[in-house]
Design a protein. Structure first.
Length: 139
């Protein structure tokens, strides 16, 4: 895990994954890389070790859905912990916060995922939101 944390900090990426002896870095904002991996490369997440810049409830639901086994978050939301604990994912963090904040207030994905009580419900809400956003862009 220390190697992944060092890469996360040194390279300034948003996500680092180690699986099957291969380390991969990602740079998309928010949960876009996790969404892509869940949809197109789920084997990358299964049983992986992950270091991420920010893990809120939304990202926690995605890593749980992906089946990772160990997580480090530079910033971890207290709202993410129940999902991680229930999935028995080992985790550590740099800073623990009440909620993920962005400039101007709380993270939109935290707001979207608020009514969900399971990782599956959270991922479903996120997928619906992303589909709606894509439809708006395509108009």
């Amino acid at each position: 895990m220390q190697e992944l944390i060092a890469i996360l900090k040194k390279e300034g990426c948003s996500l680092v994954i180690k699986n099957h002896g291969t380390i991969t870095t990602y740079n998309k904002p928010g949960v876009r890389d996790l969404e892509h991996l869940l949809d197109h490369e789920p084997e990358v997440l299964k049983d992986a070790i992950v270091a991420d810049k920010v893990i809120g409830k939304a990202a926690a639901a995605m890593v749980v859905a992906g089946g990772i086994k160990q997580l480090y978050a530079e910033v971890l939301s207290k709202r993410a912990i129940p999902f991680l604990d229930e999935a028995k994912i080992s985790y550590t963090y740099g800073e623990l916060v009440d909620a993920i904040q962005e400039e101007g207030g709380r993270c939109p994905l935290e707001k979207i995922s608020e009514p969900a009580v399971t990782p599956e419900e959270t991922v479903a809400l996120l997928r619906a939101h992303f589909a709606e956003m894509q439809a708006k862009r395509n108009q």
